[in-house]
Design a protein around this ligand. Sequence first.
Ligand code: HEM
Ligand SMILES: *[C@@H]1O[C@H](CO)[C@@H](O)[C@H](O)[C@H]1NC(C)=O
Length: 418
Amino acid sequence: MEPVFVAPNWLSHPLVLYPTILIALATILVRVQSWRFGTTSKAQRRIVQADPIGIDSKASSRPSAKRLPGQWIPVDFKAPDPPPYPDWDVKSTKPLPYRPFKYGPNYFVTMGLRKGNFDEWIELDNEFLKFHAIKKERIEVRGDKCCKTAPEAMDAAIELLELLRDYLPKRYPSMFVATPVGMNNIVTGEQFNIVQRPLAEEPMRTIGRLLQDDIAIMMEGSDGQYYLKSGSILLPGFWKLEEKFNMNLSDIHTSGNVPQFREKLEKGMTNFFKRVMPDDIVLRNNYFMQVDDNLAWSDSIGPEDSDHTGWFTAQKNKVIENHWFRSERQSLRRLPRSGGVVFTIRTYFHPVTEIVKEPYIPGRLASALRSWGDDVANYKGRERYQAVLLEYLDREYQKQLDSGMITEDSQSPLKYPY
Ligand code: HEM
Ligand SMILES: *[C@@H]1O[C@H](CO)[C@@H](O)[C@H](O)[C@H]1NC(C)=O
C-alpha cells in the first residue's frame, strides 16, 4: 500500500521538528483559550476596548452569565465599519455560488455553525431588484402575515433598522446613501426615515425592502427560552411566519419535523442562544430541492394559505427543467442594546440545469442526495424527484468525465460551503 503522507526529510531534523511541535502546541492553546462559538478578531476587540465611557469594556460586552432569564443588560459593542464590497454593482455582481452539499456515503445532521465576519453580514447581488419586486408585492398583498413585530421586540426591530442604516451605506455605497434621518436607496429611489415617530411603516416591512434576506428576531423569555417575536419572512419557500410567530425554538423546529432535532440539535442550540454575545457572528448554510420556480412560496407543496401543505401533494417526477436548487445562507448575531438575537436567512435559488455546468457539482450533488437517511429524505421530499434528478445528475457527471473537465479521483479545490 502507498503511504498517504511522507514527512519530508528536513522535517525530521530535531532543530526543525521540536520548534514545529512547540508552535503547533502554542497555537492549539491559544485557540482553546479563545474558543466560544468562534472568536472575535483583534479589530473587533479594539473597538470594544476603545470604549469612550471608560468602563471595563470587555466586561461590558459580556454581561454576567448570572443575569436573570429574559433580562438583558445593554452593552456598547459596535462592529468595525465594513469596507465597501469589492466592485459591487447591482447589475453585474453575481450571487455567491454556495454549493453546501458534501459527498456521501453518510449525511450527518449537525448545527453546522461556523464563525463569520461582521463585514460580510449582509450579502446583496444582481438579483436584488428581482427579490425587491417580489417582496414589495408581498408586503402589499400579504402584509402582517409576512412582516410583524410583537411589542416586546419593537425596540430590537428598531435597533436592527439602525444597525442596517450604519452598515448598508458603507458596504454598498453605490446603492445606499445615509441621510440625516435614515438612508436612501438611490437605485430604487426609495427614501427611508427611521427617526420619525410613528415610523412610516412597520419596521420589518422596511427591513424587507432593504435586503434580499428574510429576518427573524428571537427574544429571551423569562423562562430562558428564545421566542420568535419579530420577522420579515417574505421568501420562505416552505414555511410561514404566521405559523411560527411567538413559538420557542424547539416548537419552531419540531412543528416542522426537522429530522433529529431532539437528538442532534436541541441541546447545542439552547446553549448557543444562551451564550451568543454581540461580538460573535456565526454562519450556516443549508440546501433543498424545489420542483417549481417560485422563490417566495414553493406551490408544489400546496397553496401558501392551505393548512395541509407538504411534499405528499407535490407532483412526482416532473421534467428536469422544473428542478431548482434552493440554498440558504444564514447568520446569527446578538443586538447589543436590546439583547435580541437576529437570524438572517438569505436564499440562493438556481435551476439545477444551471449549476450542473460547474465542475464536480453534478457528481457531488448526486452523492449528497443518495447520502440522506430516510428521515432527511422524507423531510426534503426526495421520493418526489429522485428518479428524474438522479438519472440527470449521473448523466451530467459522466459528461464531465468524458470531456476531461474532471477525473474520477479528483475533487474540487473549493472548500465548503462552495
Ligand atoms: C443555531 C441555530 C439554528 C440551527 C442549528 C437550526 C437548524 C435547523 C435545521 C437543521 C433545519 C432543517 C433544515 C436545514 O437543514 O436547515 C432547520 C429548519 C428550520 N429552522 Fe432552524 N436552526 C437554527 C435557528 C433557527 C431560528 C433562529 C429560526 C427562527 C425562525 C429557525 C427556523 C427554522 C424553520 C422555520 C425551519 C423550517 C422548519 C420547517 O420545515 O417547518 N431556525 N433549522
Ligand atoms: C416550548 O414551548 C412548548 C409549548 O408551549 C412547551 O411545551 C415546551 O416545553 C417549550 N420548550 C422548552 C424547551 O421550553
